[in-house]
Design a protein around this ligand. Sequence first.
Ligand SMILES: C[S@@+](CC[C@H](N)C(=O)[O-])C[C@H]1O[C@@H](n2cnc3c(N)ncnc32)[C@H](O)[C@@H]1O
Length: 202
Amino acid sequence: MLSDADYFLVETTDQLLDYSAVFGNDNPVYIEIGSGKGEFISQYPLLHPDKNFLGFEVRRKRINNILKKIDPQQHPNVRLIEVLVDEKISLILPAASIDGCYIQHPDPWPKRRHHKRRLFQAEFLKALASILKPGAFVQIATDHEEYAQWIIREFAGCDLFASVQEDPISDEPHLSDHVVTFFEREQRRLGFEPNFMMYKRI
Ligand SMILES: C[S@@+](CC[C@H](N)C(=O)[O-])C[C@H]1O[C@@H](n2cnc3c(N)ncnc32)[C@H](O)[C@@H]1O
């Protein structure tokens, strides 16, 4: 019998992902990078059954946590990929194939010597732009002020994206059906408010 892990986990190969084969339909595909404990990827797709969602998460323990929150009957539009996302995402997903990307509380790597581990780097943004359809959005939240400024600078240096607002940082989520993640809840409890950003692929 197929286990939930077999059902939800998508293996990467040297071929680009075939969404029709993975989801069994041609609905638009959205990605979440760093699904964590799975609040977003277990709750948001329920509100959008006509869209497909691919959650990327590098840590196996977190994937196991997410698997406890989803089941094939309620979440036929969800799949997970266990991988550390970087610029090689363009070797996993086809060009101009993704309608939107959600990145909530990416690891801030606060020490200067660890900044090179940050997800938002010029090469990653170029690769992200290449897999997004024109007009697709990237929604980001971080409570880490210095990382928020870093992210804005990285996007400002990339002419493939534009902020949807003049001030790229908002203290309110752009989505009316925003899902509060574990990390957002914990950080708010400690007094740290999220900075929300929304960019469009030009
Ligand atoms: C600070 S947590 C936030 C989790 C969740 N998004 C939330 O808001 O609660 C960051 C998560 O992203 C995962 N992660 C960090 N960098 C990643 C990457 N490059 N690719 C995939 N997952 C990543 C970590 O393992 C962790 O689960």
